[in-house]
Design a protein around this ligand. Structure first.
Ligand code: YSA
Length: 231
């Protein structure tokens, strides 16, 4: 190799996205994609987040100027709706992609980040399946000794809901949210909640990258520092 050059490698974020997709694909999930430019129905309404409900404030939204009702998706949960509107259960999908939030940045928050949405709908699906899938995912992603903690939470589109955490630099770091799909959401997509249940989850992908590479600040890998692409 020429002096002064070094071998390149995938950016840690690309690696995080590719690993996550590969792990879920190995577990039998199909991989689907959805649009980053969304509408209110798929991002909020169909997910049981009514207009003027305080839950909408949980995610600060970038609205598109001059196009009422259009927004940059605040989470990949919009892809759940797009998929359920056009497919009949049973199915198990993941949807990776960029999401956007109009919020102040800090060491664990960027304005643009990535999530991988998971959705399983079928018969006799329980919360135990959700815990098993996510625990397996983080063990494969971060190593067998990782400890995943599940804590009760609230999302309008799941009931019951959980948040899950992994330990990083001595503190619990929130990795994502999930739960059992709210029957109202199934109904909004013309799926009979008396016959089918489902679980869904939406982990971020920047935070596992931070844990895996011991990166202390989520903003660092977004600043074009070429050392992230070198061995
Ligand atoms: C909940 C229930 C479901 O059935 C499906 C999905 C979900 C998750 C929900 N859609 C959601 O977005 N929850 S969240 O706002 O807590 O974000 C999920 C994860 O994204 C966080 O735990 C974190 O890992 C990551 N995240 C959130 N804001 C971030 C961020 N990562 C980097 N920068 C930010 N600003």
């Amino acid at each position: 190799m020429k002096e002064g050059t070094s071998a390149g490698r995938p950016h840690p974020l690309s690696e995080s996205i590719r690993n996550a997709v590969a792990i879920f694909a190995q577990m039998g999930f199909s991989v689907v994609l959805g649009p980053e430019l969304e509408d209110e129905w798929h991002n909020f309404d169909a997910l049981n987040v009514p207009k003027d409900h305080p839950a909408r404030d949980m995610q600060d939204t970038f609205w598109i100027k001059g196009e009422p009702g259009k927004l940059l998706r605040t989470h990949t949960s919009s892809v759940q709706i797009r998929y359920m509107e056009t497919h009949k259960p049973p199915f198990a999908i993941v949807a990776p992609g960029k999401v956007f939030r109009n919020e102040a940045t800090d060491a664990t928050h960027e304005m643009q980040f990535h999530q991988i949405e998971g959705l399983v709908v079928g018969e006799n699906i329980t919360m135990a399946h959700l815990k098993g899938v996510l625990t397996t995912f983080y063990k494969k992603m971060l190593g067998d000794d990782v400890v995943v903690r599940f804590v009760p939470s609230y999302f309008p589109f799941t009931e019951p809901s959980v948040e899950f955490y992994v330990k990083f630099r001595g503190k619990w770091l929130e990795m994502g949210g999930g739960g059992m799909v709210n029957p109202k959401v199934l109904e909004n997509c013309s799926i009979d909640p008396n016959q089918y249940q489902g679980f869904a989850f939406g982990p971020g992908l920047e935070r596992p990258m931070m844990v895996r590479h011991d990166i202390p600040d989520v903003r660092l890998p977004y600043q074009g520092d070429l050392r992230f692409n070198q061995f």
